[in-house]
Design a binder for this molecule. Structure first.
Ligand SMILES: [Zn+2]
Length: 167
């Protein structure tokens, strides 16, 4: 019996949380030097300081995304919540686990705010969405809107790595 490497169907959907850093939109939690990727409008390409293609097996590089939107309660309430939520489509080399994945290419397709965030912050996210040329929605609506662009990685393919997708 041959075991084939599963191929993902075209672009896949993922969810992320960012914050506005001095250089632009960056990962909300910076636990790794490579998490300093600045997300600009258009295609974002994963890079690794070790010089290999990202994501790479045995390394934590690659652009990270989850299968479900993040839980905003975890990020605080009101002025304590400075997160920028959103959805990305991903393609290229994709390394999956049961809870999230790392991808080679991605682009933001929708940004979202949480109703418990401040008015000022919500306005900031609206401006960002305009800059990116994407829709700005309430976090509760994100999944419905994001599915206009792609679908999440099928359950049976999560955690089976390495996998690749071709647009
Ligand atoms: Zn790496």
């Amino acid at each position: 019996m041959t075991v084939e490497v599963p191929l993902l169907p075209g672009e896949v959907l993922g969810y992320r949380v960012w914050r506005l850093g001095d250089s632009g939109l960056v990962s909300y939690v910076s636990v790794h030097p490579d998490a300093q990727t600045v997300w600009a409008p258009g295609v974002v390409v994963a890079a690794c300081r070790h010089g290999h293609e990202a994501p790479y097996a045995g390394c934590s590089c690659g652009l990270h995304a989850s299968y479900v939107p993040p839980n905003p309660c975890r990020d605080g309430f009101g002025k304590h919540n400075t997160a920028v939520y959103g959805a990305v489509v991903a393609w290229g080399t994709i390394d999956t686990t049961s809870t999230d994945f790392r991808t080679q290419y991605a682009r933001i397709v929708c940004l979202a705010f949480w109703r418990m965030q401040t008015w000022d912050h919500t306005e900031q996210i609206r401006e960002l969405a305009q800059h990116f040329g994407v829709r700005c929605v309430e976090l509760d609506e994100l999944v419905d809107i994001a599915r206009d662009y792609a679908r999440e990685i099928p359950l049976q393919l999560r955690g089976l790595s390495p996998a690749s997708s071709r647009p």
